[in-house]
Every structure is written in structure tokens, then in C-alpha cells.
Design a protein around this ligand. Structure first.
Ligand SMILES: NC(=O)c1ccc[n+]([C@@H]2O[C@H](COP(=O)([O-])OP(=O)(O)OC[C@H]3O[C@@H](n4cnc5c(N)ncnc54)[C@H](O)[C@@H]3O)[C@@H](O)[C@H]2O)c1
Ligand SMILES: O=C(O)C[C@H](O)C(=O)O
Length: 312
């Protein structure tokens, strides 16, 4: 019998890859194939088997396999790329560019060899530029190559605001535009607690501090962990994007999208509000921005462009 379940391949069986594999399986979004390099094949098989053995306890039905053979990813509905190196304290995300760009080229060629019409979500850093690399190497349409940063950056902002107000995280909505770097642009004007603008509930100075903590949120975790970067919140962020696409939910979520004129930028990947559904990025939502917000977004886009230029 042919399986009607969705097939999700996760490339890279490190911290973010394995956590994502478990989360998407727990939500029964599809069967999962976890892929890593040959040297990692046995540990990857071991991690997949361990997750499969959690399924009866938690009551989820999803087949999880570990492999180093891309033939096992054949006909994936969706592929998540987490392969590559992560930063350590003292490093920037941009320090990873040369090593990870080579990895993006290699893994993308293998992915599209076996799944020529798939959708790819990229996590590997520096993620705006790595998404651009994957887009160029894959030959897939732009709406099917998407980067993850905004869901995570917004989640951090929402977590900090919820803590500040002592209010449920469920009632906080936020908005982060721009590249996944320290000059990303959290948009206070579009952020609410239970529908009430945050500016009415938190002082300007305190909001500025929360924005700054959001911008450096990745680094805060890197410094605390000492030997790697965040993985629980990144995996949760990927999972919500996977769900929106595979269930054709048409959710408004921030994604790293290829821009052709939107927000005044052309030929770069950048974090913007999007509608995510069955075709991938189904729409890019353009917001009216103030002069100050445009200036901040320009600065962030300029940083992303510099990294993309290294790849060209
Ligand atoms: N965009 C974001 O919001 C975000 C969030 C968290 C992490 N990241 C990035 O994701 C990446 C992975 O982070 P991590 O914590 O999982 O790192 P990790 O070191 O735990 O795992 C990376 C895995 O990739 C594998 N790998 C390396 N080269 C490969 C190849 N050619 N093919 C297949 N697998 C390969 C490694 O063997 C390793 O298992 C890093 O670049 C990190 O900076 C991005
Ligand atoms: O900060 C990092 O290096 C990892 C990731 O981009 C994050 O924001 O947690």
C-alpha cells in the first residue's frame, strides 16, 4: 500500500535537526527522514530509533529513519536544512558563511536530485544568505525556498514581553522584520498584548531594552550554552512553519523570502511578513513603515546584502 502520509526530510542530525525531527513527529505532520554525513550515520540511526521508541509512550504515529543516503529522502514533501556548523561564544553568524555555503551547495544538489518539486526551509546560518545559496543551487521557484528566522525572533520578543507584563505568552503578538542579525527590526507599532498596543502597557525605555534583548537573543543563548547555539525555540519555529505549509493553513508568519521589489529590495532574501500555505510563500505582505523603521530595515538589509555578495 502506498503511504499517504507526508514525508519530511531533515538534513543535519545535530541539536536543531534532531529536536525538529522529534517535534514534527510528535505533531504527526508526517514521516521523518533524518540525514547526516556518512561519519554520523550510526549516531543518526541511533537518534532516529530512540525517537521512534518514544512514539508508543507519547502516542504519535510517525515513521522516523536515520540515514546518510539521500536516496532515502526520495519524494519528500518538505525538506529542512539544519546541516552545518554553529557559532560559539565570540563568533558572529557571518563567521560561518564560507563553511556553511559549501555545505548548502552540496546538500541542495542531493535534495533536488531525489525530490525535484519539494519545498525547502533553511535554518543554517547566516540564514538569509544560506537561503539565497539554497535557492540558487536548487533551481526551485522562489516561493518554495524559505528561510527561518522571524518566527524565532518574534517568539523571543513575545517571551520577554510576557515575562515583563506577567501575562500569558498566548496573548502577546509581535513583529520582527529584516535580517537574522543584531540589526533586525522588531516593530513595536505592530505588537500587542490581547489586542492592546504594547506602547500603552510598557514604558518606551523598557520597550527599547526588550527590543535590544531580542536583537541579541541568539547570542545570549550562545554565551549561556558555551558550546553551540539555541535549538528548542528554533525547532519549535520550524515546526510551526512546516505545519502551516503541509496543512495549507495560510498562516501569517514572518519568513525569509526572496524579494523582487517588495520593500524596495531586489534580488536578496530578507525576513518579511508572509502568508505560508501549501505552495510555500503564497504572499508577501507589505506594510507601511515610518522613516525611522525604513532606515533600520535598510541597515539590516545592507548587512544581509554584504554577506550575499560574498557568495556571488
Ligand atoms: N536560523 C535560525 O534561527 C537558527 C537557529 C538555530 C540554529 N541555526 C543554525 O543551524 C545550524 C545547525 O545548528 P545545530 O545547533 O543543529 O548544529 P549541530 O552542530 O548540533 O548540528 C549540525 C549537524 O550538521 C551536520 N552536517 C555537517 N555537514 C553536513 C553535510 N554536508 N550534510 C549533512 N549534515 C551535515 C553535522 O554532522 C551535525 O550533525 C547552524 O548553522 C546554526 O547556526 C539557525
Ligand atoms: O544565534 C545563533 O547563532 C543561532 C540562531 O541564529 C539563534 O538566533 O539562536
Amino acid at each position: 500500500m502506498v503511504s499517504v502520509r507526508k514525508k519530511i526530510s531533515v538534513i543535519g542530525s545535530g541539536f536543531t535537526g534532531t529536536t525538529t525531527a522529534l517535534m514534527v513527529a510528535q505533531k504527526e505532520l508526517g514521516d521523518v527522514v533524518l540525514v547526516d554525513i556518512l561519519d554520523m550515520e550510526d549516531p543518526t540511526k541511533g537518534k532516529a530509533l530512540d525517537m521512534a521508541e518514544a512514539a508508543p509512550v507519547q502516542g504519535f504515529d510517525a515513521k522516523i529513519t536515520g540515514t546518510s543516503d539521500y536516496a532515502d529522502t526520495k519524494d519528500s514533501d518538505l525538506v529542512i536544512i539544519t546541516a552545518g556548523i554553529a557559532r560559539k561564544p565570540g563568533m558572529t553568524r557571518e563567521d560561518l558563511v564560507n563553511t556553511n555555503a559549501k555545505i548548502m551547495n552540496a546538500v541542495t544538489k542531493e535534495i533536488v536530485k531525489y525530490s525535484e518539486n519539494t519545498t525547502i526551509i533553511v535554518l543554517t546560518n547566516p540564514v538569509d544568505a544560506m537561503t539565497y545559496s539554497v535557492y540558487k543551487a536548487s533551481g526551485l521557484p522562489k516561493e518554495r525556498v524559505i528561510g527561518q528566522s522571524g518566527v524565532l525572533d518574534t517568539a523571543r520578543f513575545r517571551a520577554f514581553v510576557a515575562e515583563e507584563l506577567n501575562i500569558s505568552v498566548k496573548d502577546i503578538t509581535g513583529f520582527v522584520l529584516g535580517g537574522h542579525g543584531d540589526d533586525m527590526v522588531p516593530l513595536i507599532r505592530y505588537s500587542y498584548a490581547g489586542g492592546i498596543p504594547l506602547e500603552k502597557l510598557i514604558s518606551k525605555d523598557r520597550l527599547e531594552e526588550i527590543v535590544e534583548r531580542t536583537r541579541t537573543g541568539g547570542g545570549e543563548i550562545v554565551n549561556l550554552l558555551g558550546n553551540g547555539s539555541a535549538y528548542y525555540a528554533p525547532a519549535a519555529s520550524l515546526t510551526v512553519m512546516v505545519e502551516a505549509i503541509l496543512k495549507d493553513q495560510r498562516r501569517i508568519l514572518p519568513s525569509i523570502a526572496y524579494l523582487e521589489g517588495e520593500y524596495g529590495y531586489d534580488g536578496i532574501y530578507l525576513g518579511v511578513p508572509t502568508v505560508l500555505g501549501g505552495s510555500g510563500i503564497e504572499e508577501i505582505i507589505e506594510l507601511d513603515l515610518t522613516d525611522e523603521e525604513i532606515q533600520q530595515l535598510d541597515k539590516s538589509a545592507e548587512s544581509v546584502k554584504k554577506v550575499i555578495d560574498i557568495l556571488k
